[in-house]
Design a protein around this ligand. Structure first.
Ligand code: ACM
Length: 264
């Protein structure tokens, strides 16, 4: 079954949650798609300077403002949405992504591999990698820097993911080139949704987010790539079933050929 899947790459304004949410509501409200992925921390911005700042902008999942808005949008538009947010659970803060669909709240993933100063503000994720079966295919989540660890996508693929949704706030240049290999070696679709813009909230440190959001096929082909500094809502037609067959030729099956006894 062909589905339309893609990303909304944009320029969130730090701390302007209502403004960012209403922009997303407006753009996704007009989109014709089955699955859309939003960036990491898409409603709050990224460059926090204190833990109390994260606490103030964080939300409970499910039930918080951002998750409820996405649920409402998903139900009105008959759409699956993945988006990153700062999650509060008691005294703990997580860099999380929620997954919602026409049927409501589906799940939440807490980022496993924290990047740089995220380590000052967030707890490392404790959900592990998860894959959800939906009407449009089996969807797994990872967040930004998780891509650097091949084990993350491998785990999702071994769990049956056909599409890996990947909210991101990339600042290093490597991911757009690296993700096609991740997708090829696991024969899964990948959708990276990265933001654009600059945040300079810390003296002497400006973060420029590199855009280049992508939809990638199980053969490692870049089906769609966003610009490096502009907003784009981009959608590609994909068939998630293509990610089910892990045979490369009549002799090679990329999962059955694994020699786990030699790996560590
Ligand atoms: C990142 O993990 N936000 C680079």
């Amino acid at each position: 079954m062909l589905i339309s899947a893609g990303f909304y790459q944009f320029r969130p304004e730090f701390g302007q949650k209502e403004k960012n949410l209403s922009l997303v509501e407006d753009r996704l409200g007009q989109a014709d798609a089955d699955l859309l992925v939003l960036p990491e921390l898409f409603a709050t911005g990224y460059q926090f300077v204190s833990r109390s700042e994260v606490m103030d902008l964080s939300e409970e999942v499910p039930g918080g403002r951002t998750t409820l808005m996405l649920q409402d949008l998903a139900s009105k538009r008959n759409l699956y949405i993945v988006g990153g947010l700062a999650e509060r659970d008691g005294g703990n803060l997580y860099n999380s992504a929620v997954f919602v669909g026409p049927e409501g709240f589906i799940g939440c993933y807490r980022k496993t591999h924290l990047f740089y100063e995220e380590k000052l503000f967030f707890s490392p994720g404790d959900t592990g990698f998860q894959v959800w079966e939906t009407k449009i295919g089996k969807i797994g989540l990872m967040i930004c820097f998780d891509w650097f660890f091949p084990e993350a996508m491998r785990t999702l693929a071994l769990m049956g993911a056909e599409i890996v949704a990947h909210p991101a706030n990339l600042v290093l240049p490597y991911c757009p080139k690296g993700m096609p290999t991740r997708c090829l070696e696991n024969m899964v679709f990948g959708i990276t949704s990265n933001r654009v813009g600059v945040e300079s909230r810390k003296k002497g440190e400006s973060l420029r987010f590199i855009g280049n959001s992508q939809v990638i096929s199980p053969r490692g082909e870049v089906l769609l790539r966003g610009p490096d500094n502009e907003e784009l809502l981009g959608v590609a037609e994909i068939d998630p079933e293509l990610a089910r067959d892990k045979r490369l030729n009549e002799y090679n099956h990329i999962f059955r050929d694994r020699r786990e006894e030699y790996y560590r």
